[in-house]
Design a protein around this ligand. Structure first.
Ligand code: FBP
Length: 338
């Protein structure tokens, strides 16, 4: 079969009336920026890009050099691109307006420029996560409140994993598709169209070191998985935890499984660990479009009304039937379900 490039795929989506020209060009700009981030991450120590930047971000985290480099690459490319009204990033407190010298567009872009920062210096897969919304009509200088739209209003979402291969996974709400970077040609090539995640799974991902801090229903649920076929679930479950959400989610998009970053006593005051606007919402859109499910343990993530640009939420996502079990245990414990 003749290889289909990302550009060809986007043109097909436009001809089918599923996306408009501006959105397709915006995705081209984001993909091109991620190719530059791939080059920077691949250089590692030889590129002088490892280690701390010596600065902190709005999350109170020490920034890695590659966090800052990736953020700048995405800001620069999208400011010039001409398809945005503004963008927002994990690395910046407030939305970034588009400089007046560049044309503006009708879209809002949010991104986690380099997800999995704790793995950068140890050569484990990291990635970029992004989400696209429509800028509300009549808004010329978008503020944070204009980004606070439920995940169901996303026009596009995607992530790029910088691993052994560089892979882009994308949805516009018409299925989830995968593209692999052909380094010789320098193009993303369609490698899987209309991905379907198996509804059942025997593989879960969670940071077990937080177990003592979990709520009772999570203790019960994971306890039953660990009890295996001798336990109430009657089957064995295997565990994985890369500690890069993009890598853990990509494994699920590839072969099924479930990923949990639940609420626990340590992070209760923050509302969770992962951020709704540029981690939970885009990943939930991608997973649901591939036949999976994504909840907070209680509610569908995409239906949440965001309250802040850097708001954190619990994240349960992956193979549908398994997410339903974990969510049911929480609602049952709350007395919301029999
Ligand atoms: P950032 O690296 O973008 O801050 O993302 C948070 C993250 O690294 C996720 O990628 C990952 O799933 C999680 O935190 C790992 O958490 P922990 O260090 O508790 O295992």
């Amino acid at each position: 079969m003749k290889p289909v490039s990302l550009i060809q795929f986007l043109i097909e989506e436009r001809r089918a009336g599923r996306i408009n020209a501006e959105l397709s060009l915006l995705i081209e700009v984001v993909a091109r920026a991620c190719k530059r981030i791939a080059v920077a991450t691949n250089k590692g120590a030889l590129g002088g890009v490892l280690g701390e930047a010596g600065t902190g971000n709005i999350q109170g985290e020490a920034q890695k050099k590659l966090d800052v480099i990736s953020n700048e690459i995405l800001l620069e490319a999208n400011a010039w691109g001409g398809h945005l009204a503004a963008c927002a990033s994990e690395e910046m407190e407030d939305p970034q307006p588009i400089p007046d010298m560049y044309p503006k567009g009708n879209h809002l872009l949010m991104f986690d420029p380099l997800d999995g920062s704790s793995n950068i210096d140890v050569n484990i897969s990291v990635g970029t996560i992004f989400s696209v919304l429509r800028c509300p009509d009549g808004v010329v200088e978008p503020k944070a409140e204009h980004f606070l739209q439920p995940g169901t209003t996303q026009l596009a979402a995607g992530y790029v994993v910088y691993g052994p291969a560089t892979v882009l996974v994308l949805t516009f709400g018409h299925g989830t598709h995968e593209f692999t970077l052909d380094r010789e040609v320098g193009s993303f090539i369609l490698s899987r169209r209309d991905i379907r995640i198996p509804e059942e799974t025997g593989e879960f991902a969670i940071n077990m070191s937080n177990q003592r801090h979990w709520e009772a229903p999570m203790q019960r649920y994971i306890g039953e998985l660990l009890a295996g076929k001798e336990g109430p679930r009657g089957k064995d479950f295997n565990m994985r935890w890369v500690a890069s959400m993009v890598a853990d989610v990509h494994r699920i998009v590839t072969r099924g499984g479930v990923f949990y970053y639940p609420l626990d006593a340590k992070i209760k005051d923050k509302g969770g660990k992962l951020r709704i606007m540029y981690e939970a919402n885009p990943m939930a859109f991608i997973i649901e479009q591939a036949g999976g499910a994504a909840t907070t343990g209680r509610e569908r993530i995409l239906e949440l009304q965001p309250t802040g640009l850097h708001q954190r939420v619990p994240v349960f996502l992956g193979s549908k039937k398994e997410i339903e079990v974990a969510t049911h245990y929480h609602l049952e414990a709350d007395g919301a379900q029999g």
